[in-house]
Design a protein around this ligand. Sequence first.
Ligand code: NAD
Ligand code: LMR
Length: 355
Amino acid sequence: MQGADTNRRISRISAHICPHNSQTEEVSGLGMTNCRARGASPGFRVAILGAAGGIGQPLAMLMKMNPLVSLLHLYDVVNTPGVTSDISHMNTGAVVRGFLGKQQLEEALTGMDLVIIPAGVPRKPGMTRDDLFNINAGIVKTLCEGIAKSCPKAIVNLISNPVNSTVPIAAEVFKKAGTYDPKRLLGVTKLDVVRANTFVAEVLGLDPREVDIPVVGGHAGVTILPLLSQVKPPCSLSPEETSYLTSRIQNGGTEVVEAKAGAGSATLSMAYAAVKFADACLRGLRGDAGVVECAFVASQVTELPFFASKVRLGRNGIEEIYSLGPMNEYERAGLEKAKEELAASIQKGIMFTRK
Ligand code: NAD
Ligand code: LMR
């Protein structure tokens, strides 16, 4: 009797590591059917697709530290056993399980409340985000087909670039599967807000945690439109400061790509931004009031079918999409430029799934 209890305890531990952890099974003589993986605290079930990558690993670590998460599924086509084993040793509440390769995608996604997707290739110097389209479009399509099948009600946070096209691709995949709910699909543009708050705080000599700037439009070059006239706390910026800051925020990603000199794009600041955004989605799901973030979503704020602006998050995902608010002449001119490029990127995404 005592032996059976011990075996059950060992099998519970092995379930943290990987549902197919043959090594532990050999040592303990236990099959996976005996294993029970349970969150130590009540909370949400979150999957990260692309969890072994530059963003995926720090994102997984930060999500393991989030008290709102009870079960964390880490999926990738490489290296998830190692990442999962490593992270599972953190003494936080979330149980972690690893999934490797397409044959385990369904298992990774079943029952998830939130799916975060940083899967795909990053830029090298000299490339635009659109240069990633040919590889990342197919990856996002496959992963979204898996979501439609295994967790059609999950909130999806899409990070893979080019976001201006991958979000329309995801929407088309979900429409085709009959599971599309525009309230549950969000392109992650939080890094643009994080950068805007940091760079503006530097210029104004403020604490970056006290600064809040809406960044609207999309997530590439001129489509990234910081509304500096709406900065909180209210401050007035000179035309030179506005022009410098707008350009730095629009080129923040390229600044990192060039500094990394071929070793990828933003990963650590992105993981930080993604975890803030995912936490906001989970607080919304929990029913917290007043959770507002910028995101690239299906929208009627402009004539385009998708646009990034402030949204209120709640139990069903997006509860409300806010209009852009008062803009100055500089921002209105920026908006026209942003819309032109965005329209083409959105169309490219839509056409990809109709081929
Ligand atoms: P990375 O190459 O370090 O990691 C990507 C991971 O995706 C790898 O582990 C890889 O194995 C995995 N992957 C590839 N194909 C997959 C598939 N079919 N299923 C599951 N996983 C798969 O790249 P990274 O630096 O983590 O960047 C990932 C993506 O995020 C890039 O497209 C990048 O441009 C984008 N990104 C977006 C933002 C944003 O603000 N939205 C910011 C930074 C990076
Ligand atoms: C970023 O803004 O850092 C990301 O979109 C990655 C990139 O390619 O710039």
